[in-house]
Design a protein around this ligand. Structure first.
Ligand code: GTP
Ligand code: MG
Length: 202
């Protein structure tokens, strides 16, 4: 994917603040501090489009970015950060759930997980929930640069086993080395492609 433009559109908490639903949308989800905003920046070749931080809880709103005037990336706050005040933690689920179930242009979710830890109950529950709601999901294990090559495939295998998905569904990614960027773009392109009509093939 050649990136010609990548722009912040707006931040939102509830549907009345979302930008108009005109373009296919991909949302990036995962535990707090896992590297969601960094992964978005790598995909679009921008250093600081989505704000990143070494302190968990940096992203607190639903942030919309328009890419190539053709699609929208959505950066959302991470889940599972214990030090976020209770009131904020409780408001996270409704804010994200409302977005996921009401957004007509949502084409899929990229679930980002830390390659150094096994997926936990939050990730398993989310994958089941996404399946039930028929939201297409792409799985990425990030910070893979922190693991020796010899352990990378084993970690994809064990994450696949925990989440009950084929190992080939898991993309190994690094915002540091850019490993996995092309593969992730291919999956995203497939999600946003118009539905193929087989009857035209003959
Ligand atoms: P919240 O918005 O707080 O939920 O965090 P986030 O998931 O958006 O994470 P963010 O992109 O802000 O990155 C968190 C920290 O991890 C930063 O210090 C990044 O530099 C670092 N980081 C992100 N991705 C990678 C990666 O692939 N490799 C390495 N080595 N560090 C990474
Ligand atoms: Mg973030």
């Amino acid at each position: 994917m050649i990136i010609t433009s990548a722009e912040f559109i707006k931040s939102a908490v509830n549907p009345s603040h979302y930008p108009p639903a005109r373009l296919p949308e991909i949302v990036f989800a995962g535990r707090s501090n896992v590297g969601k905003s960094s992964l978005i920046n790598i995909l679009v070749n921008r250093k600081r489009l989505a704000k990143t931080s070494s302190t968990p809880g940096r992203t607190q709103l639903i942030n919309f970015f328009e890419i190539n005037a053709a699609l929208v990336f959505v950066d959302i706050p991470g889940f599972g950060y214990a030090r976020v005040p209770d009131a904020i933690r409780r408001s996270w689920a409704p804010m994200i759930e409302t977005y996921l179930v009401t957004r007509p242009t949502l084409k899929g979710l990229v679930l980002i997980m830390d390659s150094r830890r096994s997926p936990g109950p939050e990730e398993s529950t989310l994958v089941d929930w996404l399946n039930r709601h028929q939201i297409a999901t792409v799985l990425a294990l990030t910070k893979i640069d922190k693991l020796p090559r010899s352990r990378q495939l084993a970690c994809a295998r064990s994450a696949a086993a925990v989440l009950h998905v084929p190992q080939g569904d898991i993309i190994l990614f690094s915002a540091k080395t850019r490993q996995g960027r092309e593969e992730l773009w291919h999956r995203i392109e497939r999600l946003i492609a118009p539905v193929h009509n087989n009857s035209n093939d003959i």
